[in-house]
Design a protein around this ligand. Structure first.
Ligand code: TYD
Length: 215
């Protein structure tokens, strides 16, 4: 049995990390093995790349270099962790994956889309998510939340950049409606969690049984 590969996406500050944790718990409660990951990161090599690519001191990183660093981090994560996990039937919940590269490096940085798609094919080693959940909220609200404790190198790009990122995600969802689902990130953590679970019900039987109030 191949596992299930789920990715969570959205602009900085949309509440993804909280929801990734909730979702992982919910899946684990159905009795399946869950592997929770975040990008960039998840292996010792990928965590080193993460530190490099997000460090505000590295303000001269060229867009092409940035792209290749994200892809390098991803390829290592896929080969070392994602493929083996899917191979043994686990559910992989990954906070960001190649759609982030589309949203940030193509829509945000304006690198050519065909280049990004080919880079993503390489960096993902051909491993595609079964479902991608995009948490959507107004860019200004998300950025304010993300930068409360200080901004990393991407967050420091400002509101116009985050708006392009959000629009990039909406374009992806329009292109691939079966895989990519947009979920309204407004409301309580419980409400958003229930919306996300509903978008996974066909892939993960038992997930909705846990909704408070028996939705
Ligand atoms: P992180 O602190 O993990 O942000 P978040 O909690 O919002 O996920 O930082 C990851 C940053 O890297 C985030 O700003 C998005 C950016 N990023 C890209 O630009 N391209 C990519 O391919 C990936 C995976 C992330």
């Amino acid at each position: 049995m191949r596992g299930v590969f789920i990715t969570l996406e959205g602009a900085d500050g949309c509440g993804k990390s909280t929801q990734a944790a909730r979702l992982a718990e919910r899946v684990a409660a159905t009795g399946r093995e869950v592997v929770r990951l975040r990008e960039p990161g998840g292996t010792s090599v990928s965590e080193k790349i993460r530190a490099l690519v997000l460090d505000p001191a590295n303000d001269r990183i060229a867009p092409e270099c940035e792209l290749l660093l994200f892809e390098a981090s991803r390829a290592q994560l896929v080969r070392e962790v994602v493929e083996p996990a899917l191979g043994r039937g686990a559910v992989v919940v990954c906070d960001r994956y190649y759609d982030s590269t589309y949203a940030y490096q193509a829509a945000g940085r304006a690198l050519p889309e065909d280049v990004i798609r080919r880079a993503n094919a390489l960096g993902s080693c051909g491993v595609d998510p079964d479902r991608t959940l995009v948490l959507d909220m107004p860019a200004a609200d998300a950025l304010a939340r993300a930068t409360r404790g200080g901004a990393d190198r991407m967050e420091a790009e400002g509101l116009g950049f985050q708006r392009r990122v959000s629009e990039g995600y909406l374009r992806l969802a329009a292109e691939e409606p079966e895989r990519v689902r947009v979920v309204d990130a407004a409301g309580t953590v419980d409400e958003v969690e229930a919306r996300l679970a509903a978008e996974l019900a066909d892939l993960l039987p038992g997930l909705l049984a846990q909704n408070a109030g028996g939705e």
